[in-house]
Design a protein around this ligand. Structure first.
Ligand code: PMP
Length: 322
């Protein structure tokens, strides 16, 4: 298990320096990075850490639930080699499924809105999965509706992974993300901040952290409007609400604008040398807003993926020098 380390520590300190038997062993146990430059504007009693989920082999937090969904289904016989794994995804879960299916020898089909980023489409195709595109104007809900109809017509052909309703999604975080955050902060975490998409990250991590310490505050982050540039996040008031969503787990839900999320991500890159995606920028903005109100606390914010996945988007349009 990793300890917390600062961005200046050499990567060689990580346990991962040893030999790896399977790429799937590189899922979970991600580092916690202290954000010292942001701490300077906070009360001296407040610590701020980021859970760096792009360290997973598939490059995002979604490796955790995808692996758990697949391995739970293998165990109880829902997934066998004569079936095709299928699901709808905004991209990161698709990448995770495609990579894990490549390792385990399953056929994989990913349903996504056509306007998903070019990087995502190419990565999924590189792992050998098939991509089915849906109407970009119908967003992720359109992809969900499409896959449901397809599976209903061919129930024998597919294993429908159904990340929005599959409890294996949140259980992955209950069993891995939460204990890691707990151990990495020495049980001192007071606030956990994460974006809401399928809500698996917050539902699973939050449930476990509350069991470990009922005082821990859970802050869920969503876009402040139905149409937004925060890939991976859902505006729950207007979207199909995921079956695994449990509103009672979360203490506070905050809406973040695309502009504020981009601004936070850009500041993070320039100040800390950490390049993240837009949903991580939104989570950082929300975490900073919470941290500013505290005199003491250990705030952990989860960064789902890296900015390299969004180089072709508006977030990383060429910036002038400082
Ligand atoms: N950010 C990104 C970039 C994502 O891909 C996802 C997954 N949809 C999330 C945030 C939200 O995570 P979750 O589905 O666990 O709520």
């Amino acid at each position: 298990m990793y300890g917390a380390y600062t961005v200046n520590d050499p990567i060689i300190n990580l346990d991962r320096a040893g030999t790896i038997e399977s790429p799937l062993d590189l899922i979970g146990n991600t580092p916690l990075i202290r954000l010292r430059s942001f701490e300077r504007e906070l009360s001296p009693g407040v610590e701020l850490y980021a859970k760096a989920e792009w360290f997973n082999i598939g490059g995002s937090v979604k490796d955790r639930p995808a692996l758990r969904i697949i391995e739970d289904a293998e165990r109880d016989g829902r997934l066998t080699h004569d079936k095709i794994l299928i699901d709808s995804t905004s991209g990161n879960t698709g990448i995770a499924y495609a990579l894990i299916c490549a390792v385990k020898g399953y056929q994989c089909e990913i349903v996504m809105p056509e306007n998903a980023s070019e990087e995502r489409k190419r990565i999924i195709a590189a792992y050998g999965a098939k991509i089915i595109y849906t109407d970009p104007y119908e967003g992720s809900d359109g992809a969900i509706r499409y896959v449901r109809e397809l599976v209903a017509r061919n129930p024998e052909k597919y294993f429908y992974a159904d990340q929005y309703n599959n409890p294996s999604n949140w259980r992955a975080h209950y069993d891995t993300t939460a204990p890691e955050v707990w151990d990495q902060t020495g049980g001192r975490v007071t606030h956990f901040v994460a974006g809401l998409g399928t809500t698996g990250t917050m539902t699973g991590t939050g449930r476990r952290l509350k069991e470990l310490n009922p005082e821990v505050q859970l802050i869920g982050v969503e876009p402040d409007a139905p149409f937004h540039g925060l890939e991976g996040l859902k505006h729950l008031e207007t979207a199909i609400v995921p079956g695994i969503y449990d509103a009672s787990v979360i203490d506070k839900k905050v809406g973040v604008s695309t502009e504020d999320a981009y601004e936070a991500a850009r500041q993070l890159a320039r100040q800390e040398g950490i390049l993240v995606g837009p949903s991580a920028g939104a989570a950082l903005k929300a975490a900073l807003d919470v941290a500013r109100t505290l005199r003491h606390g250990v705030v952990v914010v989860l960064f789902p993926d890296s900015g390299t996945r969004y180089l072709s988007t508006e977030l990383w349009r060429l910036q002038g020098p400082r």
